[in-house]
Design a protein around this ligand. Structure first.
Ligand SMILES: Cc1cc2nc3c(=O)[nH]c(=O)nc-3n(C[C@H](O)[C@H](O)[C@H](O)COP(=O)(O)O)c2cc1C
Length: 304
């Protein structure tokens, strides 16, 4: 039987176009395995750095009307810790993408080398976290620094390198171009949108860090626009992310130019079953519309 939804991104074979977005289910082998078993074709781990990092004090998450606002501060046990989790994932036949961060090209290289040694099938560079100083969106807003980081990492690892971009910038296409020219094999768009919430009784910003990143349905139209812009700017594949919670959302991202999609916040209210239902919905759509493969719909909205 022909598999209409099987696809490929930068050499990674995907049984369908859905992936777990970074940070949503952490980095334990068991939780990543449960996502694959539920139908995701690949997983992205929580972002990890060279050293363990505690993250911010609570409150770190605020539920809003149509999404989540978070400022976790990239808590993680350090990339070395992931060795044990990787052992657990040995039996999984789906790409494991390790998300990493650093505060300089040298630090990114060290973490990327460890990620590759641990068996990462690809590395996603988190250069887009809106609430971590000197290691997040500040890099993703600076094309020269981003270029240095992507070039340095590409020089030291042999696995595909994906740059995850921030929407908190005037021209995301320019940043995507810089990442592509530096050697990025794919672009993920987008990370969360910088936002905040204030308690009306106390007058205080709710998040301990004051600012955070908004995710979920509220940011979907922003993310679709970003994917559309990035697709126009580069030739490498685009991975769409931001507010996807059903198959219609996934199709919309693919029409805008995404070759695959990442799902995060929707898991909080739909469970990991969302991956299976999105994949099934994409398949049904392709069949109903007479498309032979999911690749045939990528970027179709650009015809108009
Ligand atoms: C609680 C939480 C933690 C996150 N942690 C990370 C992270 O560690 N690294 C990263 O690149 N993105 C992280 N993100 C951003 C998501 O990967 C994704 O880009 C964003 O939430 C938009 O997708 P969504 O609307 O499907 O959640 C996090 C998002 C949330 C809600």
């Amino acid at each position: 039987m022909v598999n209409r939804i099987a696809t490929e991104i930068a050499g990674l074979q995907l049984a369908n176009p859905t992936m777990l977005a970074a940070g949503i289910l952490g980095y334990t082998g068991l939780s990543l395995q449960s996502v694959i078993e539920a139908g995701a074709a690949a997983v992205v781990t929580k972002t990890m750095g060279q050293e363990p990092r505690a993250g911010y004090l609570n409150p770190t998450v605020v539920q809003t009307d149509c999404g989540l606002l978070n400022a976790m501060g990239l808590p993680n046990p350090g990339i070395g810790h992931f060795k044990e989790e990787m052992k657990q994932l040995k039996t999984i036949h789906a790409p494991i993408i390790l998300s990493i961060y650093g505060s300089s090209p040298e630090e990114f290289v060290k973490v990327a080398e460890t990620a590759a040694e641990l068996g990462a099938d690809a590395i996603e560079l988190n250069v887009s976290c809106p609430h971590v100083e000197k290691a997040g969106a500040e890099i993703g807003c600076d094309p020269l620094l981003l270029t240095d980081i992507v070039k340095a990492v590409k020089k030291h690892v042999n696995v595909p390198v994906i740059a995850k971009l921030t929407p908190n910038i005037a021209n995301i296409g320019e940043i995507a171009e810089a990442a592509e020219e530096a050697g990025a094999d794919a672009i993920t768009a987008i990370n969360t949108v910088k936002a905040m919430a204030i308690d009306t009784e106390t007058g205080r910003p709710i998040l301990a860090n004051k600012f955070g990143g908004l995710s979920g349905p509220a940011i979907k139209p922003i993310a679709v626009r970003c994917v559309y812009d990035v697709y126009r700017a580069v030739n490498v594949p685009v991975i769409g992310c931001g507010g996807i919670s059903n198959w219609q959302d996934a199709i919309e991202f693919m029409l805008a130019g995404a070759s695959a999609v990442q799902i995060g916040t929707a898991i909080a209210y739909k469970g990991v079953e969302v991956f299976g239902s999105v994949a099934q919905g994409i398949d049904d759509y392709l069949k109903r519309k007479g498309f032979k493969n999911v690749k045939d719909i990528v970027g179709l909205a650009h015809k108009f």
